[in-house]
Ligand binder design. Structure first.
Ligand code: MN
Length: 435
């Protein structure tokens, strides 16, 4: 993924709102998503530019509103599409006249899931998270012996991945407290967040054909924000011996815009291992990976309680982390490891990275860690406290990439509100707030 003229920080767009230096969607970003205007029956596919969406079909750039067919493009064709978008949206360029008519204000659209998600796998690449959570359960032996060899993951449920803006109902499940003789069925009292990056597969592989490490990123379309809501009390009782199940599959929330790997090219970092740690096995290692396998993405978690909302208060930032610093494994290593046994991936499959906690306690990507297992509530500026989420709490993840000599790009937001247990499921048209 070379750095080219589409990353030029001097490049501006004739869409004036894209030139706001604090905005998430300058012409250097160009993320893909699916949207609908009032009256549309089907999702349309578009690219975010400033506060507008460019309808790709109306602009003549694609033949149908099928996101999967864009995600499936060969890397060279993807770069060509990015070049065409950059040229057509650049200030002073010969913009095709139909492009102006293909713009829709974001304020007028609802965003959907960015594509049809066929399968969802959740990884566990956050080593500071794995260590901190392991310590709560096993103080003497926090990290299990396979952690530094195997990118740990489990298969999740694609059926309950929601787009940002869609509220979800507090789950109920089997809960057994430490002093309870028997479990009971009850609403979760330890509902938590997981700050994760979502990884969307572009091109799949045939069953039986593993993806080599240096080809792995050719199969990745891009990244989004991902909140993998978790019910810790249900999880504690169910997770052995086969891993998490109903404590995770009630809801996850993904942001609507996929930031492509091409857009992320300036924000690469070397992949390193701390001194004394084992080197990855050869199938998970390469010089190219070592040079630039990691991605520098700044991550934030914001909480707005119902009381804050009623008082007209914006949310409060409760954590700041970074993908490159938190992750023990890279995006490419996840793709290669997932397919090393011959498992087939398909366009639109989604990986969760696992909770991306930084090395410091205040950089934790879950309330479980921020509150030391629920023992130390965090104090909010309006006088409230939280260990785990209350009904009405709204959590927002945001992210951006910044590096001197390049234009800042952002991911938009990944946000949802907790509804009380037993609430009727939210209707589809509750989906997606305007970004
Ligand atoms: Mn997770």
């Amino acid at each position: 993924m070379p750095i080219d003229d589409t990353h030029d920080p001097a490049l501006e767009s004739w869409v004036e709102s894209a030139n706001d230096p604090t905005g998430d969607f300058p012409i250097q970003n160009l993320p893909f998503g699916r949207f609908r205007e009032a009256g549309d029956e089907d999702w349309r596919i578009g690219v975010a530019i400033g506060d507008q969406v460019l309808d790709l079909r109306a602009a003549g750039l694609v033949r149908s509103h099928d996101m999967t067919s864009v995600m499936r493009l060969e890397p060279a064709a993807r770069r060509e599409l990015r070049q065409a978008l950059s040229k057509g949206l650049a200030k002073g360029s010969d913009t095709p006249s139909r492009w102006r008519d293909a713009l829709v204000p974001m304020a007028r659209v609802r965003m959907g899931l960015p594509c049809r998600i066929g399968d969802y796998t959740d990884f566990y690449v956050g080593i500071h998270h794995a260590t901190a959570v392991g310590r709560l359960f096993r103080p003497d032996n926090p990290l299990l012996p396979n952690y530094k060899w195997v990118p740990i993951g489990y298969h999740g449920r694609a059926s309950t991945v929601n787009v940002s803006g869609q509220p979800f109902v507090r789950p109920s499940g089997q809960i057994k407290g430490p002093n309870d003789e028997r479990p009971r069925l009850a609403p979760s009292q330890r509902l938590d967040i997981e700050l994760e990056v979502g990884i969307f597969i572009g091109r799949g592989n045939a069953q039986g054909q593993p993806i080599a490490i240096d080809e792995a990123e050719d199969h990745v379309f891009g990244l989004a924000l991902f909140n993998d809501w978790s019910a810790r009390d249900i999880q504690t009782w169910e997770y052995q011996p086969l891993g998490p199940f109903l404590s995770k599959s009630f809801a996850s929330t993904v942001s609507p815009w996929i930031v492509t790997l091409e857009a992320l090219a300036p924000f690469r970092r070397p992949f390193t291992r701390p001194a004394g740690d084992p080197e990855p096995l050869p199938y998970l290692d390469s010089p190219q990976l070592r040079k630039s396998g990691a991605l520098d993405v700044q991550l934030e978690v914001w909480l707005q309680t119902e009381a804050m909302r009623k008082a007209g208060l914006a949310g409060e930032r409760i954590s700041v982390s970074n993908f490159a610093e938190a992750a023990y494994w890279t995006v490419g290593q996840l793709v290669t490891h997932h397919t090393v046994n011959g498992c087939a991936l398909d366009s639109g499959d989604l990986f969760g990275s696992g909770t991306l906690s930084g090395p410091q306690p205040q950089q934790a990507g879950s309330l479980l860690e921020l509150t030391e297992g629920g023992k130390r509530p965090i104090a909010l500026s309006n006088g409230e406290q939280r260990t785990f989420l209350h009904d009405g709490d709204r959590v927002r993840l945001s992210a951006h990439c910044q590096r001197s000599g390049f234009r800042r790009i952002g991911f938009g937001v990944c946000e949802a509100t907790v509804l009380p247990a037993g609430t009727p499921p939210p209707r589809d048209d509750a989906q997606a707030v305007p970004p």
